[in-house]
Design a protein around this ligand. Structure first.
Ligand code: NAY
Length: 294
């Protein structure tokens, strides 16, 4: 399971100038991140704007990333979708493309009983031969993975990990405690990468890794070396940057994409209802970029 250990950026949605999925830009971003030395990519999750894309668009993104990087990086396909039918279709497609693992949020919109959530994840797991990673992100889905459900799902050999984006780092510790040693817990909140790793997260998947992979790679290096004071310093820099990324009008992802443009890598903008950065705030992009690219 070493292939899941390290820095795994959540891949950003890549659009052309008219807002459609851009194969060229997907490949550009995929290769760029590969060259940065990350361990893998988490494709089609929150940062992939999956919630604003239809099935064909999500399939296209999965396809172009795997065409660029299959066999070079660990590729995790996020297949959570409004219906089980669509999730299973995406899961099967990701398996055909040669993805290493699947992942999914719990069902969204209707507040369903835990038994339905169990059934949803189980049907996805049973639909392919691929390993599965639960995506726990209660602040957007309204459901926080319980130890009770985790324990039940652990009976399924396909379940190899949880990507935990809830804010209490203690949740990471509790998931580790409830599962066998080799079970992987991924740190979700980038603001707590170092603390997540110290309390037991084996690695991390995050939405801001893609705009500053060097910093997360360095933080990881210091954690592995047991140099916690240096790791803390990097976490502080990271957090200053995340606060800045979230400070402009538009969304964090719009800011990230504008920074990419300034670096000469155009992956387009965001899809509505997310809004692009506009007006005076555009002038602040360079300052934030310079916080990262020092
Ligand atoms: C994904 O699926 O895109 C992610 O892994 C992103 C997870 C992010 N959480 C949320 C709520 O968006 O990485 C975090 C987040 O971008 C980061 O902590 C900055 O707030």
């Amino acid at each position: 399971l070493d292939k899941y250990k390290g820095i795994i950026p959540a891949f950003y949605a890549c659009y052309d100038e008219s807002g459609e999925i851009s194969p060229e830009r997907i490949k550009l971003l995929a290769n760029h991140l590969y060259e940065k030395g990350v361990q893998g990519l988490y494709v089609g999750g929150s940062s992939g704007e999956c919630i604003y894309q239809n099935l064909e668009e999500r399939k296209a993104t999965l396809k172009y990333v795997s065409e660029s990087l299959k066999g070079k990086l660990t590729l995790i396909a996020h297949v959570g979708a409004p219906s089980t039918k669509e999730s299973v279709e995406l899961a099967k497609y990701a398996e055909e493309l040669g993805y290493d693992a699947l992942s999914a949020i719990p069902p969204i919109y209707f507040k369903l009983p835990e038994s339905s959530i169990e059934k949803y994840w189980t049907e996805i797991m049973d639909s392919t031969e691929l390993p599965f990673i639960i995506y726990n992100i209660p602040q957007t889905t309204g459901y926080n993975l319980s130890i009770n459900l985790l324990t039940k799902l652990l009976k399924n050999d396909k379940l190899i990990g949880v990507k935990n984006s809830s804010m209490p780092v203690m949740d990471i510790e509790r998931f580790k405690a409830a599962a066998p040693e080799e079970f992987i817990v991924f740190n979700g909140p980038d603001e707590q990468y170092v603390s997540g790793r110290l309390i037991g997260a084996d690695s991390g998947i995050g939405g801001t890794y893609g705009v500053m992979p060097e910093l997360f790679l360095k933080a990881e290096e210091f954690v592995v070396a047991g140099n916690f004071s240096e790791a803390r310093k990097i976490q502080r820099d990271i957090n200053d940057i995340i606060i800045a990324l979230c400070s402009l009008n538009g969304s964090m992802y719009s800011t990230i994409k504008e920074i990419y443009k300034l670096r000469g890598i155009n992956i387009g903008s965001v899809r509505g209802p997310l809004e692009p950065v506009s007006g005076e705030d555009l002038g602040k992009i360079e300052i934030i970029k310079n916080m990262i690219d020092v």
